[in-house]
Design a protein around this ligand. Structure first.
Ligand SMILES: [Zn+2]
Length: 412
C-alpha cells in the first residue's frame, strides 16, 4: 500500500494561504495497470489541487510514497519519432547556444530513463551521467554505454558529488522536476553542483497550456507542482537562480504542454538581460483559477454525457491511448464503464485493465473481431498517426474523435 503524507503549507514559500481549486475523486497512479484478479485493489486517492495565494504556484498538498512504483516504471517515449526529434534538438540547441566553442562539457540528467536523451549529448561530445530510479530503464541505458546510476536522486546523491568535488556544466530534468516532492530543496542543494557558467535546464508541463486544453488528466499524484513562466521565474529567484531563456526549443518541436526554461545561479555583480515572461496577468488572480476549474468540471460532464448518449443509442465506443492522459481522463469519469475497451498500440502486457476505470487494455488487432462505432482518442497529440493506423482496420476519420474536442463542446 502506498503511504500518503499530507502537507499543510506551500511547497514553494511555506505560506499557509492555500485555496483548493480542483477536486478529483479516487484517482489512480498513471502507470499502475492491474490484472483481472486485482481490480479494485489498485491505489486510489483523491487529488486536490491548491493554489498558494502568496506565490501563486499551483500544487498538490499530499505526497504518495512512490519509490517502489518508480522501481518498476517502464514508461519510455523512445519509440516516438517526434520525441526522438525533440531530444536531438534539445542537445543540439544547448550545445550551440551555450557551449559552442568549448569541449569536454558534462551533463547530468536526473530521471534519465533509457538514456536516449543523454545519447544525443554524447554524440555531441559531452560527458554524460544519468540518474534513474527504474531498474529496467537504467539497465537499458547502461547496456548502451550511457553511464546511469540506478537510484532516486536525493540529498544523499548530491552530498556524494559535493564530497567528490564533482560539478556539472548542464543539469537536465525533463518532466522530472515537477515530480519532486520538494523542488525548492532540490534547487538549493543542486546549486552546489553548478559552476557560475553552468546551466540548469528544466522541462515541465506548462500550467497555462493545461488549462487552455482542459487537460485535467495532467493533475496526477506523481506531480507536486504546476508552473507557468511567471511562477517559475519567481520560484527560481527565491532559490538563487535566474531564468535566462524560455525559448531553448521552438514550440513546434516540443512535446504537448511543454514549458522549458534555462536557469543559472544569480551572480551578484553581473547583470544579464533576462527574457520577458509571457504569462497572462490573470494567472495572479484566484478568481481566474476558479473559472478555469469550472471549465474543467464542465468538460468532464461533457465527456460523461457524450459517452452516455452514445450508449443510449446502442452505439459501441472504445477509447484509444492507455498513457497517463487516457488513464487519468477515464478515472475521473462517471460513465467510463460505457466504453467497451481501451486500445493501445503497444500494451504493457496482456490481459491488463486500466487503473481506476477497469477497462480492458487491448491492442489494435482486437478491433478485427470486436468492431465499434466510434473511437475516442486520449493521446490526441498523435491523432494523425492514429487515424492512419485505424484506417487499415476500416475506420474513417468521422468515427475518430479527440477527447479534447468533446470536452470543450459548447463550453463557455
Ligand atoms: Zn507559496
Amino acid at each position: 500500500m502506498n503511504k500518503i503524507t499530507k502537507l499543510n503549507c506551500c511547497r514553494i514559500c511555506n505560506s499557509k494561504n492555500l485555496k483548493k481549486i480542483l477536486h478529483l475523486k479516487d484517482m489512480p497512479l498513471t502507470d499502475e495497470f492491474v490484472k483481472k484478479k486485482d481490480i479494485g485493489k489498485e491505489f486510489l486517492h483523491d487529488i486536490n489541487i491548491y493554489i498558494c495565494e502568496d506565490c501563486f504556484v499551483v500544487q498538490t498538498q499530499h505526497d504518495v510514497d512512490v519509490d517502489r512504483y518508480y522501481l518498476d516504471y517502464q514508461y519510455s517515449v523512445a519509440h516516438s519519432q517526434k520525441a526522438n526529434k525533440f531530444m536531438k534538438k534539445l542537445a543540439k540547441n544547448i550545445k550551440t547556444k551555450y557551449f559552442n566553442k568549448s569541449s569536454n562539457k558534462s551533463v547530468l540528467e536526473i530521471g534519465s530513463g533509457d538514456g536516449k536523451q543523454l545519447a544525443e549529448f554524447k554524440k555531441l561530445g559531452f560527458d554524460v551521467l544519468g540518474y534513474e530510479p527504474s531498474k529496467k530503464l537504467s539497465e537499458i541505458a547502461n547496456s548502451n554505454n550511457i553511464e546511469t546510476i540506478n537510484d532516486l536522486y536525493t540529498k544523499k546523491s548530491i552530498n556524494y558529488f559535493v564530497k567528490k568535488q564533482i560539478s556539472f556544466d548542464v543539469i537536465l530534468l525533463t518532466y522530472t522536476f515537477d515530480h519532486l516532492p520538494n523542488p525548492g530543496e532540490f534547487l538549493k542543494m543542486t546549486n552546489k553542483l553548478l559552476n557560475d557558467d553552468s546551466i540548469l535546464v528544466i522541462e515541465v508541463h506548462d500550467l497555462e497550456k493545461i488549462f487552455k486544453n482542459n487537460e485535467y488528466c495532467l493533475f496526477e499524484h506523481e506531480h507536486s507542482i504546476y508552473l507557468t513562466e511567471k511562477s517559475a521565474k519567481k520560484f527560481l529567484k527565491l532559490h538563487g537562480y535566474q531564468i535566462i531563456d524560455f525559448d531553448l526549443v521552438d514550440n513546434k518541436d516540443r512535446r504537448a504542454n511543454s514549458l522549458i526554461f534555462v536557469a543559472q545561479k544569480i551572480e551578484k555583480n553581473k547583470i544579464k538581460s533576462l527574457p520577458d515572461v509571457k504569462t497572462p496577468k490573470e494567472f495572479n488572480d484566484l478568481k481566474y483559477y476558479l473559472k478555469l476549474s469550472k471549465k474543467i468540471r464542465k468538460g468532464i460532464s461533457n465527456l460523461d454525457n457524450y459517452i452516455k448518449s452514445k450508449k443510449e443509442c446502442g452505439k459501441r465506443v472504445a477509447g484509444y491511448g492507455a498513457g497517463g492522459r487516457g488513464v487519468m481522463t477515464l478515472a475521473a469519469l462517471k460513465n467510463s464503464n460505457y466504453l467497451d475497451f481501451l486500445i493501445e498500440k503497444n500494451p504493457k502486457s496482456n490481459a491488463i485493465f486500466s487503473p481506476g476505470s477497469s477497462l480492458p487494455v487491448v491492442n489494435l488487432d482486437h478491433l478485427k473481431n470486436n468492431s465499434v462505432n466510434e473511437i475516442l482518442v486520449f493521446s490526441y497529440g498523435y491523432i494523425d498517426e492514429i487515424k492512419k493506423d485505424l484506417s487499415s482496420y476500416g475506420y474513417n476519420t468521422s468515427q475518430i474523435k479527440s477527447f479534447i474536442d468533446i470536452m470543450s463542446f459548447k463550453n463557455e
